[in-house]
Design a protein around this ligand. Structure first.
Ligand code: NDP
Length: 289
């Protein structure tokens, strides 16, 4: 059976690579190598030095940004074999990915942008949504390997997957912040956030933020660290690049990006994205409870 390889065993990559290892011979590499050894012990994958991942027919990456993906690709470049597919699950940058795709093609490697949505819970359950950019033939060739996905949509040429992902996350950011503003006001008025959400989630204002994020993480004050605020701010920057590139109107998303930049300055990029609502709570002088 063809080997696959996974590079970047972070909050998302670790469980995603676990699904691959249950179905395919899977090589794993991580900058902090102990994580690769832990993965090997837990899932029966094989922890290898970077050069050895070039043995795989399909190489997966899930790194913070396209910059790290391009750096790893350069280090691997002399070892890459023609006919390899590169599935980049990073929430990356469309234009830089188009350049990376051209570079990899010099060695006969087909690059596909394949960012994911569904969070760490979706990665653990193997129910992620994948939005793919790249040639049809490449998408079909790698489809059987996407063991961590529930839904796979081919959205266009290289870069299109990253563009859709960035806009999706911009919508997440808008919904979360807007729900936070509304709930702070309602709490100050004496309405419990729980009751307000009971109504909203049976009404037209509901979103993933009101249905899942706020009840599970804010009302409980648990604020688990699953998706770093710094990564969401990065995604908002990519979204603005997409909008500006098309000279599309963007007053709301531009403001949203600025608000999350403020939250990042106040809380640090390592905070969880949902903790942005703590900034709103501080401004409003009320906790969302
Ligand atoms: P993490 O910070 O948990 O993991 C980042 C991974 O990248 C780690 O394996 C880290 O290695 C590695 N890495 C960082 N810098 C470098 C480098 N310079 N060279 C090589 N490897 C490096 O991030 P996530 O797993 O949360 O996110 C990964 C991608 O997935 C991001 O693009 C993010 O936007 C996206 N995403 C995240 C979601 C989430 O809910 N967390 C949901 C959907 C998409 P090391 O272990 O050594 O630090």
């Amino acid at each position: 059976m063809d080997k696959v390889a996974f590079l970047g065993l972070g909050a998302m990559g670790y469980p995603m690579a676990g699904h691959l290892a249950r179905r395919f011979p899977t090589l794993v590499w991580n900058r902090t190598f102990e994580k690769a050894l832990r993965h090997q012990a837990e899932f029966g994958s094989k922890a290898v030095p970077l050069e050895e991942v070039a043995e795989a027919r399909v190489v997966f990456t899930c790194l913070p940004t396209t910059k790290e993906v391009a750096e790893v690709a350069e280090r691997l470049f002399p070892h890459l074999r023609p006919g390899t597919y590169w599935v980049d699950a990073t929430s990356g940058e469309p234009e830089a990915s188009r350049r990376l795709a051209e570079r990899l093609l010099e060695r006969g490697v087909v690059y596909l942008d394949a960012p994911v949505s569904g969070g760490t819970a979706g990665a653990e359950r193997g129910t992620l949504t994948v939005m793919m950019g790249g040639p049809e033939e490449g998408v079909e060739a790698v489809r059987p390997y996407l063991a961590y996905a529930k839904k796979v949509v081919h959205v266009g040429p290289v870069g299109a997957g990253h563009a859709v992902k960035a806009i999706n996350n911009a919508l997440l950011a808008v919904n979360l912040w807007a729900a936070g503003e509304g709930l702070v006001a309602l709490v100050k008025q004496g309405v419990s956030a729980e009751k307000a959400l009971e109504v909203i989630n049976a009404s037209s204002g509901r979103s993933n933020a009101t249905e899942n994020l706020i009840p599970e993480r804010v009302l409980t004050r648990a604020f688990p660290k699953t998706f770093a605020l710094g990564l969401l701010v990065k995604d908002l920057g990519i979204a603005m690049g997409v909008l500006d590139g098309e000279k599309a109107p963007s007053p709301l998303l531009r403001l949203t990006r600025e608000l999350y930049e403020v939250a990042k300055r106040e809380l640090g990029g390592e905070a969880d994205h949902v903790e942005a609502l703590k900034v709103l709570e501080a401004w409003g002088g009320a906790e969302i409870r």
